[in-house]
Ligand binder design. Structure first.
Ligand SMILES: Cc1cc2nc3c(=O)[nH]c(=O)nc-3n(C[C@H](O)[C@H](O)[C@H](O)COP(=O)(O)OP(=O)(O)OC[C@H]3O[C@@H](n4cnc5c(N)ncnc54)[C@H](O)[C@@H]3O)c2cc1C
Length: 456
């Protein structure tokens, strides 16, 4: 395959973020011609929210990793983990440094920050942003091991999307035996030993407005020893389905109607689905004791207090600004036109955005592939005008000059081997290693020396 060239030089691209979006860009670039692509990630491990967001009991979705993995091993593509762009941590590089060393920089940094409820009591122990609980059960290196469900008998998840459903399912033990997933033993034990008898999902909108996909909703019915209680009458659900609902909403309403008509099974635990309620206060003195709710406008629901020891807000995600890159606070995305980044209202040559940081947190993983195809088209169209690099100081050179070494492909493979070994011992494909120190230790051993990194 011929090289993609800019003024006679092989195209050199830095992709910031090794989540699905960044990997799809690298994949597509390498299919179009010879390129040098450095994929940076602030974490020692690739795959972004596919590894650290998608619920562990969704084994099929998690297995997408197997289709992305070969991309990172392809000639011309380098994984550079533990390299953060635009922050003050020791192992970071600046946006300007990237722009000086590469023809093009593609931001694929995702949107991993949870939106907050912004109500009194939200800071009480026992109240969590969804990103924290999701990070906990997915063994994210930034989230220490904890026992969030210790002593809790009831939990409330606020939200009306698939992440809220993931949380309800996981709090009730998941729809797959968790020992067959990749979650560490301490999380399996914590979820298995939880004494939750009730988990409530509380949505502000009507059942027709919920953003669930029907498959995710149906997964609630696969939970072991759980009764489902829909707090809406079958007549209300039927009427909503007949009232111009979208095809997805109609399927959801039919399913909810089925559950609302069904007699309870006398299960040990109950998942409640409430609609038309707005949380106004997390109650409690030294820790969460409940959630005060009031009816949303036009809702027939009534004000009430739900007692619970755990409250999780799952009301959406936002991108984080990267120092040195433009950011639109209102949408929490990088301003762009068709993936070309805008600075001060004009297109900035050689800068692109893709995935969740480009368009916000919407769509499924495959949607990011379409985004990546578009961005690669833009890069190829722009080849004649891409600014030539002013230096050869690519990221590994920059980090080495600071006495730092990233986690490279062989380091990740060593982590991967260890996780598979732990998995074999438990009869599953892998068990994740959580602590940064352990991840670095494994990567160091593969590289044959100790890692002089400043971030710990
Ligand atoms: C809880 C949850 C569950 C989900 N479940 C599903 C599901 O079941 N099915 C489905 O289709 N989709 C699911 N999604 C959506 C899916 O995860 C996203 O579509 C996808 O991960 C977005 O990809 P991305 O590459 O844009 O962002 P991300 O996956 O977030 O990847 C961004 C990467 O950038 C890195 N990064 C961020 N900032 C920097 C920086 N400054 N320097 C260097 N690196 C940086 C991050 O570490 C991360 O690895 C879920 C999302 C969430 C939040």
């Amino acid at each position: 395959m011929e090289d993609l060239r800019v003024a006679g030089e092989r195209l050199r691209v830095a992709v910031v973020g090794a989540g699905p979006s960044g990997l799809y860009v690298a994949d597509e670039l390498s299919r179009r011609g010879g390129t040098s692509v450095d994929i940076l990630d602030r974490l020692p491990c690739p795959y972004g929210l596919l590894r650290y967001g998608v619920a562990p009991d969704h084994l099929k979705m998690k297995s997408l990793v197997a289709t992305l993995e070969p991309v990172l091993g392809r000639p011309g593509i380098r994984f550079i983990g533990n390299a953060e762009v635009g922050t003050e941590v020791g192992n970071s590089v600046t946006v300007d440094e990237l722009r000086e060393a590469y023809h093009a920089v593609v931001y694929a940094t995702g949107a991993s920050r949870s939106r907050r409820l912004c109500i009194p009591g939200e800071e009480l122990p026992g109240s969590f942003a969804s990103s924290r609980l999701v990070a906990w059960y997915n063994a994210h290196p930034d989230e220490p091991a904890m026992t969030p469900l210790a002593g809790a008998r009831a939990a409330i998840v606020v939200g009306a999307g698939n992440v809220a459903l993931d949380l309800v399912r996981m709090l009730l033990g998941g729809c797959t035996d968790l020992r067959l997933t990749d979650v560490p033993d301490d999380v399996v034990d914590s979820l298995r030993q939880a004494q939750l008898s009730e988990v409530h999902l509380v949505a502000r909108g009507t059942p027709a407005q919920a953003k669930f996909t029907t498959k995710e909703l149906r997964d609630l019915d696969a939970l072991d020893d759980v009764d489902l209680v829909v707090h809406a009458t079958p007549a209300e659900l039927d009427a909503a389905a007949a009232d111009g609902a979208t095809p997805v909403a109609q399927r959801n309403l039919r399913l909810l109607g089925e559950w609302a008509r069904r007699p309870l099974r006398g299960a040990r635990r109950t998942a409640h689905l409430h609609f038309g309620l707005i949380p106004t206060e997390v109650l409690g003195t030294s820790r969460v004791e409940g959630l005060r709710l009031q009816p949303a406008a036009g809702s027939a629901a009534v004000s009430r207090v739900l007692p619970a020891q755990v409250v999780v807000s799952a009301i959406g995600y936002q991108g984080r600004p990267i120092a040195g890159a433009p950011f639109e606070a209102e949408t929490a995305t990088i301003p762009n036109i068709d993936g070309r980044v805008q600075r001060d209202g004009s297109v900035s040559p050689g800068e692109y955005a893709t995935g969740w940081v480009r368009r916000g947190p919407s769509g499924v993983i495959g949607t990011n592939k379409l985004d990546a195809l578009q961005v690669v088209e833009r890069i190829l169209e722009d080849l004649p005008i891409l600014p030539p690099p002013r230096t050869d100081r690519t990221v590994p050179v920059l980090l080495a000059a600071r006495g730092l070494r990233p986690v490279e492909w062989d380091g990740w493979l060593a982590i991967d081997r260890e996780e598979r070994r732990l998995g074999q011992a438990r009869g599953t494909e892998r068990v994740k290693v959580r602590a940064r120190a352990d991840l670095h230790g494994l990567a160091d051993a593969a590289a044959g020396s100790s890692r002089p990194l400043a971030d710990g």
